[in-house]
Write a protein that binds this ligand. Structure first.
Ligand SMILES: Cc1ncc(C[n+]2csc(CCOP(=O)(O)OP(=O)(O)O)c2C)c(N)n1
Length: 737
């Protein structure tokens, strides 16, 4: 085994851990690296020379990091998954993407293969034969660790069930790259590393030393060691954040930090030396492919470029740039190749070819078309799987079912039907099956690999589903109480919600997030909150809110089948129909396979046609518990009150809302949330605008008092929430108009 003098041996890597020795790069691999390093450096050079044009949109380059990035790319196979960091353009070149393709993204052009001009340079999303899969990831530093770990988690799960697809592909990106780079790779031979076809897929998560200090990274590492997941965390440590130095940001480097995660193998490499990087990563990939456990590779790199085109090095680097310059990986590799007997003239040819390629690609990219502005709204969502209500809602002989059990049965049927489905969250596994017993006995029935408890990590619970989805696992996850979704909200916003849109439709995230919500008599603060208005400000997710058992069953299944992220709000006060006035939440149980399309409201209570003819009716627009408050409240107004149950809040069935408002001309929008700046207020404003000429009264709204929490004492709780009595008072006033 040959090692670079710059590589520090990793103590936890014993020789016995490896069945075969790691490879050092052979001569063709060194030449290939040199050629691509030249291309990467020419790219950065060209961006600087033409910064008036190329900095129209912000970008960062790999300058200084090329050796470690190319080494990583050379070990990735088409069956692998990668989460590159935002300055990983050399890694993308190493995978076989062309400068032209990268520049299409730089200039936000229509044919940018990653996002169609929607997101920044160096933010790839790629599903292409012969390449590793690269799901969308956000620009939020460190947040990629959770979705990437979710990918490894999904792979491990699918492997455990024997249903992982494409495990045995034999085509390497290296084989496919040569024609793509127009013969520049002439004479480059196959690396022996690509001949082991029985190897399993690996996830590469690339990250910076600054990003490693984000809290969510710890959640990812915890899960990676707990479940021994097949992932490499590649930390490119240049000792800078933007302008903050390592000394200001951390008390230990990422390698030292990782020592606290038992079972995380660690490796230091000299990230500026291609040989050290290549050899180290060979060992890391080999370890993960064989053991299916995680590795952290700490690669020290110089930072030679700017932080980004927008934050220029001359503003903050001072003498530091001079200290980093001698570590430049390009002259280093150049010298190593000379030492190997490669002629200067040959190396110069590589440099000339790289320059010519980059210049030609730049001209082509400049001339490439821009996106059609008319396409700006494409790919908010992937098309839904369910567009019609199908199956039997009330089959002959059906028994009544509680809402909590309707959800349980729906999940049970999904798990039995879809081997790629799995369920996890806090306390949903094992004996308990959820703090509401909403997943009771599922772990027993389907095993701990499919139904399991997570640590108390809401960010992981939510964000991992993006990774699961990318590898073809279908996660149903639970947040224990709506009040605790906030640590998971970052992942929902940054990673899940934007993925479909920013990847130009390539990576919708299939994710079903169950969230028990609402007050039900003394649950107190932190266990009674409503969150829909916050969720509804997030575009790119769907929000479903059933009010009864039959809807729960039909909507839950549709939400699972939907290729987009869906948050399912489940009111705890309706789970058991124990709260007075919620008896109707218990319904006949629909048959297995029953589905209700998301975005379709339903009339929960019709008005009497005779009252309607006399103009004596109104409509209550409600959802969740509001439907039941409205039913109780409307008793004194026999036949005068229609109740429209929205069932899905996004997409909203505004057609049904408008139709109901036009029919009755008087409307109350009812919510359990504090009213101020709520979804209900927004909906009322929309109705006012579109139905103005049909209204016989101002649009009424009723919600909770504008307070930060639900108080524990039941009398205080009743005082702040809507009640049937308060709804009845509003109806009486409305009907008087
Ligand atoms: C969550 C988040 N906070 C802040 C930023 C702004 N930001 C962009 S890059 C960066 C520094 C990242 O440092 P590091 O991870 O060390 O990567 P490097 O730039 O050194 O390669 C920051 C703070 C961001 N993108 N995301």
């Amino acid at each position: 085994m040959s090692t670079s003098p710059n590589a520090t041996p990793e103590p936890s890597f014993s020789a016995a851990s490896f069945l075969r020795p790691a490879d050092a790069p052979d001569r063709p691999t060194l030449l290939r690296a040199y050629r691509l390093m030249r291309v990467a450096s020419e790219l950065a050079h060209l961006y600087e020379e033409n910064k008036a044009v190329t900095s129209r949109y912000v970008h960062a380059t790999a300058r200084g990091h090329e050796a470690i990035q190319l080494a990583a790319a050379f070990h990735l196979r088409p069956t692998d998954y990668a989460a590159p960091y935002y300055r990983d353009d050399a890694l993308l070149l190493g995978l076989g993407l062309t400068p032209y393709e990268l520049m299409l993204q730089l200039m936000a052009k229509r044919d940018d293969p990653f996002s169609g001009g929607r997101t920044y340079y160096g933010h790839p999303s790629l599903r292409r034969p012969g390449f590793p899969t690269i799901p969308h990831q956000s620009s939020a530093t460190g947040m990629q660790a959770i979705p990437a770990t979710g990918m490894a988690h999904g792979i491990k799960y699918l492997e455990s069930q024997g249903i992982l697809k494409n495990e045995q592909s034999t085509t390497s990106n290296e084989q496919l790259e040569q024609p793509r780079l127009g013969g520049a790779a002439n004479g480059i031979a196959q690396s022996s590393l690509f001949t082991d076809h029985s190897a399993k897929p690996v996830v590469l998560c690339s990250i910076g030393d600054g990003a490693m200090t984000e809290g969510e990274v710890s959640e990812a590492l915890q899960m990676a060691v707990l479940h021994q997941l097949p992932i490499i965390y590649l930390v490119q440590d240049n000792d800078w954040g933007i302008s903050a130095t390592g000394r200001e940001m951390r008390a230990m480097d990422a390698y030292e930090f990782a020592a606290g995660f038992k079972g995380l193998h660690r490796l230091r490499v000299d990230g500026a030396d291609f040989g050290s990087s290549y050899t180290g990563l060979a060992r890391a990939f080999d370890y993960v492919r064989r053991t299916r456990g995680p590795v952290l590779v700490h690669a020290k790199c110089p930072l030679l470029g700017h932080h980004t085109s927008g934050v220029r090095r001359e503003w903050y680097r001072g003498d530091n740039l001079a200290a980093h310059t001698p570590l430049d990986p390009l002259p280093r590799l150049h010298q190593q190749l000379l030492n190997l007997g490669i002629a200067e003239a040959e190396l110069q040819r590589f440099a000339d070819d790289a320059r010519a390629l980059v210049l030609a690609d730049y001209q082509r990219a400049l001339a490439a078309p821009s996106p059609d502005p008319a396409t700006f709204a494409d790919h908010e969502f992937a098309p839904p799987a369910v567009t019609q209500e199908t199956g039997e809602r009330a089959p002959a002989g059906a028994e009544k079912v509680l809402m909590v059990d309707a959800a349980l049965h729906a999940v049970d049927e999904i798990l039995s039907e879809f081997p790629e489905a799995l369920l996890y969250g806090q306390d949903v596994g094992g004996e308990l099956g959820g703090v509401f017993r909403e997943a009771a006995l599922l772990a027993k029935k389907y095993g701990d690999a499919r139904v399991f408890n997570t640590p108390i990590q809401e960010a992981y619970i939510v964000g991992s589903t993006a990774g699961m989805s990318a590898v073809g696992a279908k996660a149903i996850v639970e947040i224990q109480f709506a009040d605790y979704i906030w640590p998971g909200l970052n992942q929902l916003v940054e990673e899940l919600s934007k993925s479909c849109y920013l990847s130009n439709g390539q990576f919708p995230v299939q994710s079903l997030i169950r969230v028990p919500v609402g007050a039900y008599g003394g649950g107190g603060p932190y266990h009674s909150g409503s969150i829909e208005s916050t969720l509804l400000t997030i575009r790119g997710i769907k929000v479903v809110y059933p009010s009864n058992a039959a809807d729960m069953k039909g909507l839950l299944r549709s939400a699972f089948l939907d290729p987009n992220p869906v948050v399912l709000l489940e009111h705890k006060g309706l789970y058991w129909s124990k709260v007075p006035g919620t008896e109707d939440a218990k319904t006949l149980e629909p048959a297995a396979g029953y589905v209700i399309p998301l975005g379709k409201a339903a009339v929960a209570q019709a008005a009497d046609p005779e009252q309607l003819r006399r103009g004596a009716t109104c409509v209550v627009i409600a959802y969740g518990m509001g439907v039941h408050w409205a039913k109780t409240a409307s008793r004194p107004f026999a036949g005068q009150v229609e109740i429209l149950d929205l069932r899905t809040l996004n997409p909203l069935d505004f057609e049904a809302v408008e139709a109901a408002v036009r029919t009755h001309s008087k409307v109350l929008v009812l919510t359990e949330e504090p009213l101020l700046n709520s979804f209900a207020e927004s909906l009322a404003g929309r109705i006012q605008r579109t139905c103005y000429w049909d209204l016989d009264a101002p649009v009424f709204t009723l919600g909770a008092a504008n307070l930060p929490a639900i108080a524990l004492n039941v009398d205080l709780e009743r005082q702040m929430l809507p009640t049937p009595e308060k709804v009845a008072a509003a109806l009486a006033e409305l009907l008087k108009f």
